[in-house]
Design a protein around this ligand. Structure first.
Ligand SMILES: Nc1ncnc2c1ncn2[C@@H]1O[C@H](COP(=O)(O)OP(=O)(O)O)[C@@H](O)[C@H]1O
Ligand SMILES: [Mg+2]
Length: 432
């Protein structure tokens, strides 16, 4: 799911006091050409030293060590080598340690002795999360954008639509949700679509927009981005929704990347989204199907992430992996919701089966062959093909459910702020 960097081997440090265990782990890993054991340590102290020296991607950490224990060593490595991801190994029955290990900053937890597959999978997962984190740390923060929350200069909400498996209707849900929101809220509220599928964006085709304005026009100009410049790159749709299209071809997308430096694309996205949220009440972002610095910026900045899947096993499996990633990125539960597209397919899983395997769905959209055909060939949004059709009603309900969820999130946040204010005042009075 996470794009691989070319040719990089995963550097692993093993920390265990038993020589035989170290050797067994090393042997298990020697079968995988992508993994390289860079060092082995027999105490916690030595583990911390070697982590600083060798800067591994992943540390396999035993819990019971003489002297400094595995949890303390984990805490120190997290502090001193924040790029290192720690996987704890412990014997059965030490599950009480698991919480402490996770609280200390460990990424994962395996019971000894792990199978080769378990071990390699845990290492790969930890490595990928490390990469995602690095992409997140790299771009300098944009001052006025508070992650995922409306701030002083931010009036709107970003709703990012993501499908960990391609072809299941991500773009369809993004576009139709935006239109349904605009219909529901009327002309007073401003709704926009951001096509975050930078290389092969198809929002323009889906909405039949004839224009050459796109995000590519902002290459090298994000620092001068103001309301006028933003307006000049947006394309209006007859429904009232404004669209910021993806660059017209993959080279232009690369140009955008080049103009702002290798790591700069995440910053470009965050800046543009920040500006859009000053103007719009709701921005719906479409994404491509993998987590990289572009989609991660859109996921981070979102108030709400909608995960789109069809009711088939491969999509459910990918959604499961994405939910794990969301948890590891520390997104609050209420930030992530499922949308099941084609939920009525007779050959598919039932909604309740999917919800039991994952999390409750915020909406389901039925499959409509005729509307799908019109959408693909004439650029008529799915919900506009026939008024009052099941698909149109599905999107109207989804729009309402999204608005309800956002309102609930905002009021909970206000409540928390209020409670904090009350205790601050109380404390002030006690300390007077
Ligand atoms: N509920 C649906 N009913 C009928 N056709 C659909 C539905 N959802 C999506 N489609 C069609 O499926 C195709 C793929 O959808 P798309 O949104 O492009 O997927 P993704 O963005 O996930 O790759 C499009 O032709 C679209 O019109
Ligand atoms: Mg798409």
């Amino acid at each position: 799911m996470v794009a691989e960097k070319s040719g990089e081997r995963i550097r692993v440090l093993i920390v265990d006091d038993v020589a035989e265990t170290r050797e067994n782990l090393r042997k298990l890993l020697s079968f995988d050409p992508d993994i390289e054991v860079v060092a082995m340590a027999s105490t916690g102290e030595e583990g911390v030293e070697l982590a600083k020296e060798t800067r591994p991607h992943v540390v396999l950490m035993d819990i019971n060590l003489p002297g400094m224990d595995g949890i303390t060593a984990t805490e120190q490595i997290v502090q001193e080598v924040p790029t290192a991801q720690i996987v704890i190994l412990s014997v059965q029955g030490e599950t009480g340690y698991m919480r402490r290990a996770m609280a200390a900053g460990a990424r994962d937890y395996l019971v000894k002795p792990p199978s080769g597959d378990e071990l390699v999978n845990a290492i790969r997962r930890a490595y990928e999360i490390g990469k995602v984190q690095a992409a997140r740390i790299a771009p300098p923060p944009v001052a006025e954008v508070v992650r995922g929350r409306p701030g002083p200069s931010r009036r709107g909400h970003l709703i990012t639509v993501f499908a960990p498996k391609g072809g299941v209707g991500c773009t369809t849900v993004a576009v139709n949700l935006a239109i349904a929101l605009q219909e529901r809220l009327g002309a007073e509220k401003k709704v926009a679509v951001f096509d975050g599928s930078l290389q092969f964006g198809d929002v323009g085709v889906m909405l039949n927009l004839q224009t050459n304005r796109s995000l590519a026009d902002l290459a090298g100009r994000v620092d001068e981005l103001d309301a006028d410049l933003l307006t000049s790159v947006l394309t209006p749709h007859p429904t009232g929704v404004k669209v910021l299209l993806a660059p017209p071809h993959p080279e232009a997308a690369e140009g955008l990347r080049a103009a702002d430096g290798e790591e700069g694309i995440g910053r470009v996205i965050r800046t543009v989204i920040g500006k859009m949220l000053e103007q719009f009440d709701y921005v719906v972002a479409d994404t491509w199907s993998w987590v990289d610095d572009v989609s991660l910026a859109l996921l981070d900045e979102a108030t709400l992430v909608l995960v789109v899947l069809d009711p088939l096993i491969p999509a459910v499996k990918s959604a499961r992996l994405f939910l794990d990633l969301a948890r590891k990125l520390e997104y609050p539960d209420e930030k992530v919701a499922l949308v099941i597209n084609g939920a009525d397919r007779r050959t598919g899983l039932r909604v309740d089966q999917i919800e039991r395997a994952l999390i409750p769905a915020i909406g389901h959209i039925p499959f409509d062959e005729r509307a799908g055909f019109a959408a693909a060939n004439r650029g008529v949004p799915l919900l506009a093909e026939e008024r009052g059709s099941p698909v149109a009603r599905g999107f109207a309900r989804l729009a309402q459910a999204v608005l309800d969820r956002l309102e609930q999130m905002v009021s909970e946040e206000e409540e928390e702020d209020m409670e904090a204010e009350v205790s601050r005042r109380l404390l002030g009075r006690i300390l007077q």
